[in-house]
Design a protein around this ligand. Structure first.
Ligand code: FAD
Length: 385
């Protein structure tokens, strides 16, 4: 560690991108300290031992981006399949296409509607909120998509996700609800999307395959921090509140419980992701991993499915989605002010900046931060470019 030019806390996409750039572009000696027993952060994937099917341990990850620079950067380490995400949602025993599109609307209202007719129908239903400022999430959703679609697809699902009645949630949680007045049922409309051909973990293996990059697994940085010379710059991608010993309080997160099982069929649900909108069904969705890679030769008599359950995160849980209430925002700003005064430490990634980031955003932010670092203190410090 004392020979390192740069220490990176966390081997997720943010940390791995900075490490790769620092070693390949700048010849820096990089040490990555990772608390878990593997690289990849939350994008880590592994092979299920019973079926050989690739499973994403921390929830399903679908790569998509509008950003050409991020797409071409990542294509140095992997090629992508043409997987296009088309999830479904079950409401009262019926499966509907998501996000809400013309097929969903026609099926739900049991008639064929043109785009203009569907638009007029939904506008009419949303008009119950006309002239009133929405007071809570329920009213906001009704003002956007009308009551019938809200009650079917948003109310129960939101209640399960937040464990709170949508009438008690702030309207600010949603600014828009995507409704497509075409039969396009792709979940993401980004020009670049797909699944990494050899899986997510293989991307990290390639990014970190450099003689100057040393990864310490099963290693909590807090246990090492006092032994690292203070002159060595640190990129910290762990939780920002943990860095400061929760001195200002704990930031709120939601987490997920994943229950994995192997089922005795080659196809359990016919698609990768089935949401459950009913309040009475405890899980929020079932993911069947084989469908992310239809090109692979997976067994025809077994499949891996994962039930997901959402809840708010306690102290020992994995933080997944920032709750981001007004109190959280204020708390984060206090930590941000402390972080700005911390010499030689750069806070990044989803945990370090208390923001939900898609993978492409984490990589894009890391590439940008690397440009800044490269041209700032590194230029004057231990190693000039
Ligand atoms: P992380 O991947 O979380 O990496 C941070 C790393 O820091 C972790 O490995 C952690 O163990 C380590 N760490 C923390 N503290 C310490 C410490 N004290 N010492 C050592 N190591 C430490 N994005 C998409 O683009 N598409 C999707 O479909 C998608 N699906 C998602 C589904 C779920 C359920 C979740 C939660 C996220 C999803 N994401 C998706 C987002 C994606 O996971 C993030 O963009 C990505 O993880 C961000 O990378 P990161 O490096 O910022 O953080």
């Amino acid at each position: 560690l004392d020979k390192a030019d740069l220490v990176i806390v966390g081997a997720g996409f943010y940390g791995a991108t900075i490490a790769e750039r620092a070693a390949n572009e700048h010849g820096l000696k990089v040490v990555i300290v990772e608390r878990r027993g593997h690289i990849g952060g939350n994008a880590y994937s592994e092979t299920d031992p019973d079926t050989g099917i690739e499973v994403h341990r921390y929830g399903p990850h679908i790569f998509h981006t509008p950003n050409d620079a991020v797409w071409s950067y990542l294509n140095r380490f992997t090629s992508f399949t043409d997987y296009t995400h088309r999830p479904f949602s079950v409401f009262r025993g019926q499966a509907y296409s998501l996000p809400i599109n013309l097929a969903t609307i026609c099926q739900f209202f049991r008639r064929q509607l043109s785009p203009d007719e569907a638009r007029a129908l939904i506008a009419g239903q949303a008009a119950e909120m006309a002239g009133r400022e929405p007071d809570n999430l329920e009213e906001k959703a009704i003002s956007l998509i009308g009551r019938p679609l809200y009650e079917a697809f948003i109310r129960g699902y939101t209640k399960k996700q937040w464990q709170t009645d949508p009438r008690d949630l702030p309207a600010s949680i949603i600014s828009r609800l995507p409704v497509r007045y075409t039969f396009d049922n792709r979940y993401f409309s980004d020009p670049h999307q797909g699944m990494p051909l050899s899986g997510y973990t293989a991307i990290f293996d390639r990014m970190l395959d450099h003689e100057n990059i040393h990864v310490l697994l099963d290693c909590d940085w807090f246990e090492l921090r006092d032994s690292i010379p203070r002159a060595v710059p640190t990129v910290y991608t762990g939780p920002i509140d943990a860095y400061f010993g929760f001195s200002e309080g704990r930031l709120g997160w939601r987490t997920c419980d994943f229950s994995r099982s192997v089922v005795a069929t080659g196809d359990y649900q016919g698609t990768a992701m089935m949401n459950y909108a009913d309040e009475e069904t405890a899980h929020t969705r079932i993911v069947e991993y084989r469908h992310f890679h239809p090109e692979r030769d997976y067994p025809v008599d077994r499949s891996v499915i994962v039930h997901e359950y959402a809840r708010s995160a306690g102290a020992g849980d994995e933080p997944y989605y920032p709750i981001d209430t007004l109190a959280d925002k204020a708390l984060y700003l206090r930590y941000r002010a402390l972080a700005d005064r911390e010499p030689n430490v750069h806070f990044g990634g989803r945990l370090g900046t208390y923001r939900y980031l898609d993978m492409h955003q984490a990589i894009g932010a890391a590439l940008k931060e690397w440009e800044r670092l490269r041209t700032s203190e590194f230029a004057h410090g231990r190693k000039a470019p």
